[in-house]
Design a protein around this ligand. Structure first.
Ligand code: ADP
Ligand code: MG
Length: 217
């Protein structure tokens, strides 16, 4: 199976092949067509199974290929539990959009707030960050999510374990509910708080659950 057979643009697939990534993992082969079809998605598979590309490829493809549904950026917001994970997602996003005139901004806790306000004022297409600081920008009105088309909660289990429930609610409330598609990823199967939260954040989601036994490496 190839990424192009999942509906991924050949230019994106070529970019991946430069990184030695040619065959989708199981979670990618299931999540990518579902996300490209516009469904909300609740996906669970273990750490190291390739969840980052499972949401980044549909997100990048949406921005490259589909006309914006509104004039307001950002079109995609990706929320991750830690600075380290946000950096990893940011690096992969930069690689994928390298040959396109698209912009991505990182919004991390512990960094200069006003510099982030300036970066957000340039209307980036993608924002990737940690929940506390993103919620701060929403509360300070320095981040507007009225035009948001895709909202991704990466490692939702870890965000809830770290006590970010309130921040996730702030983000959910601020993000456009009519336009947006929401993808929620978890490394833990059957995490009670994730299950409860997913009911709040997702609209008629498709669910993908991969037990360890079915995991492909
Ligand atoms: P997860 O978020 O599920 O923990 P990651 O998205 O961080 O997993 O991916 C784990 C590693 O696997 C990363 O180094 C990534 O570059 C690599 N990887 C992801 N997808 C593929 C693939 N289709 N083929 C080969 N390596 C991949
Ligand atoms: Mg991950």
């Amino acid at each position: 199976m190839l990424f192009t057979e999942l509906g991924i643009d050949s230019r994106l697939a070529k970019q991946l092949s430069h990184q030695g990534i040619v065959e989708p993992t199981e979670i990618q082969s299931l999540a990518i067509p579902t996300a490209l079809a516009g469904h909300d998605l609740f996906a669970q598979s273990k750490t190291g199974s390739g969840k980052t590309l499972a949401f980044l490829l549909p997100a990048v493809q949406r921005v490259i290929k589909q006309r914006a549904l509104s004039k307001r950026d950002p079109r995609v917001l990706i929320v991750t539990p830690t600075r380290e994970l946000a950096n990893q997602v940011y690096t992969q996003c930069r690689l994928l959009i390298a040959s396109h005139t698209l912009s991505v901004v990182k919004i991390l806790g512990g960094e200069n707030f006003n510099d982030q306000v300036k970066a957000l004022n340039k209307d980036p297409h993608f924002v990737i960050g940690t929940p506390g600081r993103i919620a701060d920008h929403i509360n300070q009105r320095s981040m507007q999510l009225q035009g948001l088309e895709m909202l991704v909660f990466d490692e939702a289990d870890r965000m809830l374990d770290l006590g970010f429930k309130e921040q996730l609610d702030v983000i959910n409330d601020a993000a456009n509910h009519r336009l947006r598609q929401t993808l929620l990823f978890s490394a833990t199967l059957d995490h009670a708080e994730v299950n409860a939260t997913s009911r709040n954040l997702l609209k008629s989601p498709k669910t993908i659950m991969l037990s360890d036994a079915h995991e492909k490496h």
